[in-house]
Design a binder for this molecule. Sequence first.
Ligand code: URA
Length: 426
Amino acid sequence: MDVIDVIKAKRDGHELTDEQIAFAIRSYTEEQMGDDQCAALLMAIFLNGMSRRETVTWTNAMIGSGTRMDFSGLGGPTADKHSTGGVGDKISLPLGPLVAAFGVRVPMLSGRGLGHTGGTLDKLESIAGFNVNVDSERLRAILTDVGVAIAAAGSDLAPADKRIYALRDVTGTVDSVPLIASSIMSKKIAAGADSLVLDVKVGSGAFMKDLEQAKILARTMVDLGNDAGVETSAVLTDMSTPLGRTIGNALEIEETREILAGGGPEDVVTLTVEFAERMLAAAGKTDVDVRAALQDGRAMDRWRRMVSAQGGDPDATLPTARHQHDILAEEDGYLGTLDALALGVASWRLGAGRARKEDAVQMGAGVRLHKTLGEQVRKGDPIATLYTDEESRFEPALDSALPGIVITQEQPSAREVVLATVEKQN
Ligand code: URA
């Protein structure tokens, strides 16, 4: 088989055969196909799409490029959750311990932030001593003992996706439904949980700006998961405005502790409970009072045990930034817009995120919101506080944040956090 024939077939709008797809993924992973050829193939896929069969085969080939984890020896159901990425999205942090409190094991293999969306691992590393690099033996031990672990995905989890994703990033081929779906699902299926709930974000701060496109992506991923034997469903959630009141690593850990102590912002609690109920239902537990476990300390207890098991100090004082700057309301009215992308980029520019994989992040940097969408404000009220270790970062952060904060004279209608769901097809 010849790589050029595979590229030409997709270029000319034909469906690739299973053999052609397996050959392409193998050749690129084994470095027999060059970046130039793979880039051409990805662009042809971007322009012409892939059928359901092609997407399944492409996903399976990426799973097969590494090892599929197996938690069947743990002697109970396992459940996982994945978010397509948002601003202030710390749901995984309270969710994992909450689900574990009901006896369902949660192996969460997470990623780092890139661009304006934060990464779960960066957030956890703001806790002194917390170690995200857990080998599979230790992961199994923590899951047996505590029931939840949040760790970095090992290099053997869908390695083909790592190479292909890096190439997509620099060739304008990221935002293609079959390529996003196969990228995410190859890693999630290989991660080995029995069930998976997907949080597909929609809005300015998300990959998918439009609900209809997001539904197509969700349906593609839900079908890929279920076809591979992982009980999968998706919830489409609003990402036009940040989740909760904090954006940034240590700031989001602080809010996580509030949620686990039975408080915290209602939008974060609502989604945490929605995802927990779905994960527990997939594990056969439907008659459970999830909110009670946030109120009575059971979820907090699991969180503290997980942090300790991964080398962290659950009572550690969190890092704070050296400088802060308040954004004040310029007139009376209602907070009509609080744009997720504008505030996510601001937080990133303050130092909470990275532009390149090798960049370091500032643990205390980010944004704290004092008002939420639709709230009444008076001239001079603080709307948000920006945090950073380097004062020179305020100006570019304000350039992004200020146009995203709009005061209106009419109160905007109440925000729906859950926009739609996509269930397993029978
Ligand atoms: N996240 C991934 O892992 N892959 C994509 O293609 C997009 C988001």
